[in-house]
Design a protein around this ligand. Sequence first.
Ligand SMILES: Nc1nc2c(ncn2[C@@H]2O[C@H](COP(=O)(O)OP(=O)(O)OP(=O)(O)O)[C@@H](O)[C@H]2O)c(=O)[nH]1
Ligand SMILES: [Mg+2]
Length: 257
Amino acid sequence: MCETCGCGLPGEEATISRPDVDSGHHEHGETAAHHHERPHKSGLLQLEQDVLRKNSLLAERNRGYFEALGIKVINLMSAPGSGKTSLLEKTLAALKDELPAGVIEGDQQTLLDAERIMATGVPVIQVNTGNGCHLDAAMVAKAMKEGAFESVKLMFIENVGNLVCPSLFDLGEDHRVVLFSVTEGDDKPLKYPTMFMSADVCIISKTDLLPYVDFDIEVARTNLMQVNHHLKVFELSVKQEESLMPWIGWLKGMKSS
Ligand SMILES: Nc1nc2c(ncn2[C@@H]2O[C@H](COP(=O)(O)OP(=O)(O)OP(=O)(O)O)[C@@H](O)[C@H]2O)c(=O)[nH]1
Ligand SMILES: [Mg+2]
């Protein structure tokens, strides 16, 4: 169990490497945690498995619930500040009148993002996780009960800004979309592979800033494909309406699927 956030991450498996001694590459895809013998903590491992198993069962229940109501669900994940809420604001405006949407907002504290969504006229629920660093399936089930989502056909879940823990928790979504902004560096898929492996869509965001940052979009794409060659990739900026069109078109296509 991760001792800092209690999220089910196997914290004791962290890999400690000295770059001058250890290249960081391990043969046959092994992590250092698998390389080095460590004391067996069966109780801890059991607790971690229980947390994730319970979440998976609840996520399946959510999935059935969404399916029965004909609601498609998108789990939006990224590091803090990559542009999830900004993209939602533009997306909701573009989908207006065509695809009734709803939003579940996840943050540790504040109603700030929910207030931004509320201003678009779309029904929204804010989940504050306190010390928690991710949303889980039980929180989503509860939010669905609390929200005015009766007419919703497309539900966006904005996860807590964090490039690690949210990837471990299935919420019952149809698609996992990870945002990766050009200010974060083109190496992020390699450094946080679990998130990019668990997603099926990646949005390279804030592309209007490309002229001002050291971010090579070809390198970023190569890194993404190295981690997950199935990823569907969009490049966009909320400052450039045209760039949003492929993303909006993809979402509209869900209506018929
Ligand atoms: N230049 C530029 N700035 C952007 C873009 N998208 C978002 N921003 C800015 O980036 C900052 C963070 O954007 P948010 O949309 O709040 O990011 P977020 O991912 O929802 O943040 P958290 O919910 O805190 O994780 C804000 O100052 C936005 O105005 C973009 O495409 N281009
Ligand atoms: Mg946000």
